[in-house]
Design a protein around this ligand. Structure first.
Ligand code: HEM
Length: 453
């Protein structure tokens, strides 16, 4: 039954719960169709995860309320504790009262002046990735996207050059590290995670590589002395963070910034491969906008490159609407509160899905159509407030939002300007038509054939 409140929001219970396990099979087996179905029931929909009840937020207004009302809602809820085990007390996992100080300390690494400095690395790495490919070859796109994005983030956060061992080691270990976190979050028991299976062994190896490289980068930087450099490490040393705090923050940045951006880049290239005329238009725009000479000083794009790469940017915006990498996360109620007329007790789990919001047909007509024209100025102006939330909202909004948009847009433009990406013959594989996400919605494996432009 659906109830409407004085605020106009509706609350309901989702149908189809199994007696003992509730909606677990629907949410875990085929989450995206399940999420799409929930918005039809109300603005706040109660679902059951086994014996636990959780409230799924289905309207932009409530989504915004939960993310901005820090008096009643904080980080927490299903899966969060497991993620925290990996991320420690990094920016993404600390409670609000600690978070405010941490965010103030780290924000300078994402300010416009810092982003301008990162542009050179982003552009150099995208060009280097695109120039290493062979005409006619078939590549698995997400692997390359992971490498590219991991190299960019390691180089920009540690200020090391492209030949540094840390860059190569972290880029090589990261896919396994990220997948392993996903597996461990899904796993019903810590005991299973400790079994010496090949997957667990690979994960442990990846964890020790990431730890070793992060620790070495911190140690090197301390040896060089404080006060030098403008990157994340320099900033944290100046702010007086301990080694442990620095480590948690670096691992948080790598974890928050690699899988999300790499899967978005993979999906953007997938959508371009399905629409050759759009890909040609992106290539034309990129050739007109990006500097093309052989002089590395002149080849660095300037800060308003994103404005001039309008079509590439719209491809990325629509990709993050269609498949927002951070598709599902949670909050917990910290003090009694009313939401859509429901009185919620402390400890109630609140579930948030940008994917669900982005696929509401009343907010986005024909939501299952990839349509870059949605982001023309006129249509963008018609969009409801809070309807586009790939980076969250409020005090915990992604610190790397502009960084991510810049690196992905540049990568899409550079790659599209050099290569036409062609799908392999035959039907589109099911995992690309109806992906089953875990930590992020990712398109792997995605095999495409390269044709030099
Ligand atoms: C397409 C790429 C990205 C997407 C879709 C994305 C999405 C998000 C979302 C939705 C949140 C908020 C989660 C919540 O409220 O619980 C978040 C937080 C965060 N993201 Fe991103 N992110 C991306 C890229 C990045 C990058 C490149 C970095 C770092 C370089 C980064 C670092 C972080 C951090 C540290 C937080 C926690 C912020 C805080 O609590 O203050 N993200 N991200």
């Amino acid at each position: 039954m659906t109830t409407t409140t004085s605020t106009g929001f509706t609350a309901a219970r989702a149908p189809g719960a199994h007696p003992l396990i509730g909606h677990v099979p629907a949410l875990f087996r085929d989450p995206l169709p399940f999420l799409r179905s929930l918005a039809g029931h109300g603005d706040l929909v109660e679902i059951r995860l086994g014996p636990q009840r959780a409230m799924m937020v289905c309207s932009p207004g409530l989504f915004h309320q939960v993310l901005t009302d820090t008096r009643h809602f904080d980080k927490g809820g299903p899966l969060f504790d497991k993620l925290r085990w990996f991320l420690g007390d990094g920016l993404g996992s600390t409670p609000h009262e600690v978070h405010r100080r941490q965010r103030r300390q780290l924000q300078p690494a994402f300010r416009p002046d810092a982003l301008s400095r990162y542009l050179e690395v982003m552009s150099e790495e995208a060009r280097s990735a695109a120039s290493g490919w062979q005409d006619g070859a078939v590549i698995e796109v997400e692997q390359h996207a992971y490498q590219l994005i991991a190299r960019i983030i390691t180089r920009t956060m540690f200020s090391v050059d492209g030949s540094s061992a840390a860059v190569a080691e972290i880029a090589a270990a990261y896919p396994e590290f990220h997948q392993g976190i996903g597996r461990h979050m899904r796993s019903p028991s810590r005991w299973l995670d400790r079994l010496p299976t090949p997957a667990n062994r690979r994960f442990r190896q990846a964890c020790s590589t990431v730890s070793r490289e992060v620790d070495a980068a911190i140690e090197d930087r301390r040896r060089e002395g404080t006060g030098t450099g403008h990157d994340l490490l320099a900033l944290m040393i100046r702010e007086g963070l301990s080694d442990r705090e620095m480590r948690d923050q670096v691992v948080t940045m790598l974890t928050g910034g690699i899988g999300t951006s790499a899967s978005a880049l993979g999906w953007a290239l997938f959508f371009l491969s399905r629409d050759p005329s759009l890909a040609d238009a992106v290539a034309r725009e990129a050739r007109a906008v990006l500097p093309a000479g052989a002089d590395p000083d002149r080849d660095v794009p300037d800060r308003d490159v994103l404005t001039r790469l309008d079509l590439a940017r719209r491809v990325v915006t629509e990709t993050l609407r269609y498949y927002p990498s951070a598709w599902f996360y949670s909050r917990t109620v910290t003090s009694p509160v009313e939401l859509a007329g429901r009185a919620l007790r402390p400890g109630t789990a609140i579930l948030l899905s940008p994917y669900l919001i982005h696929h509401r047909p009343d907010l986005y007509p024909e939501p299952e159509r990839f349509d870059v024209d949605r982001w023309s100025p006129a249509r963008r102006a018609e969009l409801s407030h809070g309807a586009y939330v790939p980076f969250g909202a409020g005090a915990r909004k992604c610190i790397g939002d502009v960084y991510a948009l810049t690196e992905i847009t540049l990568a899409v433009a550079v790659i599209a300007s050099c290569w036409r990406l062609e799908p392999l013959p035959g039907p589109v594989p099911r995992h690309l038509l109806e992906p089953r996400p875990w930590t992020v919605i990712h398109p792997a494996p995605l095999h495409l054939r390269l044709h030099r432009r």
